[in-house]
Design a protein around this ligand. Structure first.
Ligand SMILES: Cc1cc2nc3c(=O)[nH]c(=O)nc-3n(C[C@H](O)[C@H](O)[C@H](O)COP(=O)(O)OP(=O)(O)OC[C@H]3O[C@@H](n4cnc5c(N)ncnc54)[C@H](O)[C@@H]3O)c2cc1C
Length: 515
């Protein structure tokens, strides 16, 4: 790794400038620098994760949320949802793959095919398969020693109650339903993360003089010359401001919140909104910040008869997919099973956290509500507004899905061998039974699975609301691609990180800079 001194223009010029050393950015920087003739600078807002046990130990993930390594974005008031949700976004090398739970699902064929139908030509299931095979992360099933007895009994009870298949290895073949332990990107022998940074940057960062990591450095405005992006203005930890230049391309990988945020502050976005804030319009691109997607979830909590065994990979190691509507191409309800009482949101409504307990968190794989990210100030240090418009879809599909989720969760809880562990339902509580009350509860305590996406969505070149074309190039500009969760045209039914890593792999190939 080369240390930059910010001294002069030639030192601050690289072939490629990657903004955001997160999940997708780590993949791209690593792949591009396989070619020793190519120079790459990574602008990363956070510090290195090297040697940081608090980051590298998967099971410590919850301790990172809301802390100094979290950008911690609030949501706007959600009239039909929970206005108190804080969206964790990691400020550290590896990005959210350095503080997430590393559940590793290859997106389903129907997810990719939906992208292709949305105008992302070349992103269908068949061509995308190759990128999964390339991933360097250690993707393995939850190890036997990490399989907690109550999680095993949850899987048995889910299978018994619903008749869904037991799945051992969710990535082996496409599924519509099933229950089992997840695949995780981790090293079971020491519970170490196999994040994007661990898998892609750690093995090479001290060895490649063509890779420069500018850590704790914040990108606040793109440099445009006419319609060409030529670099980015950054501020280092000590306050020094520099222009980092790209000879070939700028690659924006700052995530679903910060990629559109940086575009907007650079005058790239809906012209009317920018003008209202006094930001000079460089390029009118109405889709920037639109199509804000997420996987919303709710929670149902039980007190257990006694303590739960300690062993686990990360306290939510098993889950369940259900397809209520056989017309759907994939699952339409998903559950994480937590071996802990997850009462953060219910406590606001007066519920108490039991000493020992478990939770099921039903979520909506294909939510229909769409939100929007926008700026409220021309000051780049002011956080953008995130209006997810949770539970606002016309037919209340999203709200109804969570009600179904609570009912299904109760059926599983009544079924052995899980039933014998459970003392009582803490929240919403057995007395809450009618649809309206369940819906009100489910939405008030709603949480996020932390999957914001879609705010710079990919689409056909002539789609006026697409932000990037199928080669990830920002429409109407040169020298600028985006590769991260923001380019998702639609939400995969499964957890998105593997999809983001695959976007990174494909982006590196599109650039053609690899070895
Ligand atoms: C708590 C949590 C748990 C999750 N669990 C799972 C899971 O188990 N499985 C799963 O599939 N998905 C999970 N996810 C979602 C998944 O982690 C994300 O969708 C994915 O990692 C996003 O990758 P990205 O490349 O889009 O952005 P990120 O990984 O967030 O990368 C963005 C990077 O850009 C940097 N950055 C941003 N703005 C700037 C700027 N202006 N200047 C410089 N640097 C900047 C950030 O510091 C960060 O490193 C979880 C997310 C969270 C938060």
């Amino acid at each position: 790794m080369h240390e930059s001194t910010h001294e002069n223009a030639s030192e601050n010029t690289y072939d490629y400038v990657v903004i955001g050393g997160g999940t997708a950015g780590s993949v791209i920087a690593s792949r591009l620098t396989e070619n020793a003739d190519v120079t790459v600078a990574v602008i990363e807002g956070g510090p290195s994760d090297v040697g940081r046990e608090d980051v590298l130990t998967l099971r410590r993930w919850m301790g990172l949320l809301g802390g100094e390594l979290d950008y911690d974005y609030p949501t706007t008031v959600q009239p039909r949802g929970n206005s108190h949700i804080r969206h964790s976004r990691a400020r550290v090398l590896g990005g959210c793959s350095s503080h997430n739970t590393l559940i590793a699902f290859k997106p389903l064929p129907s997810d990719w095919d939906e992208w292709e139908e949305a105008g992302a030509k070349g992103w269908g299931a068949v061509p995308m398969e190759a990128y999964f095979a390339r991933l360097l992360n250690n993707i393995v099933p939850v190890d036997e020693k990490d399989r907690n007895a109550i999680a095993r009994d949850f899987v048995d009870a889910a299978q018994g109650a619903l008749g869904v298949p037991r799945v051992e290895g969710f990535n082996k073949k496409p599924f519509t339903e099933g229950t089992g332990f997840f695949d995780l990107a981790y090293h079971p022998e020491n519970n170490k993360r196999s994040s994007a940074s661990v898998a892609y940057l750690h093995p090479v960062m001290d060895e490649r003089p063509n890779l420069t990591l500018l850590l704790e450095t914040w990108a606040y405005r793109l440099e445009l010359e006419g319609t060409r992006a030529t670099g980015v203005h950054v501020r280092a930890k000590d306050g020094t401001e520099t222009l980092v230049r790209a000879r070939r391309e700028v690659l924006l990988c700052a995530g679903a919140v910060d990629s559109p945020r940086l575009l907007l502050h650079s005058g790239i976005g809906p012209a009317h909104d920018l003008a209202e804030l006094g930001i000079p319009v460089a390029h009118d691109l109405p889709g920037v910040g639109e199509n804000l997607l997420d996987h919303p979830e709710s929670v149902i909590v039980w007190e257990t008869n006694g303590p739960i065994p300690e062993n686990s990979a990360m306290d939510s190691d098993a889950g369940l997919f259900v397809r209520r509507d056989p017309e759907q191409a994939g699952p339409d309800l998903m559950f994480h099973f937590y071996q802990i009482p997850f009462t953060d949101n219910p406590e606001r409504l007066g519920y108490e956290r039991p000493a020992h307990g478990v939770s099921m968190t039903p979520n909506i794989p294909k939510p229909r509500s769409r939100g929007r990210l926008y700026l409220t100030s021309a000051d780049p240090s002011v956080k953008p507004a995130l209006d997810f418009r949770y539970f606002t879809d016309e037919d209340d599909y999203d709200g109804r899905t969570l009600v179904d989720g609570i009912r299904i969760a109760r059926r599983i809880a009544r079924t052995e061998p899980l039933a014998g562990w459970l003392k009582r339902e803490v929240c919403p509580g057995p007395e809450v039974t009618d649809d309206e009350e369940l819906s009100a509860y489910a939405r008030q305590v709603a949480h996020t699975v932390y999957h914001p996406a879609g705010t710079c969505r990919m689409g056909a070149t002539d789609d006026p609301l697409a932000v990037v074309d199928p080669e990830l190039r920002v429409r109407g500009l040169d020298g600028l691609r985006i590769a991260d969760a923001s380019v998702f045209p639609t939400m995969p039914a499964v957890n998105p990180m593997i999809g983001v890593l695959m976007v990174g792999e494909k982006c590196a190939e599109l650039i053609g800079g690899g070895a």
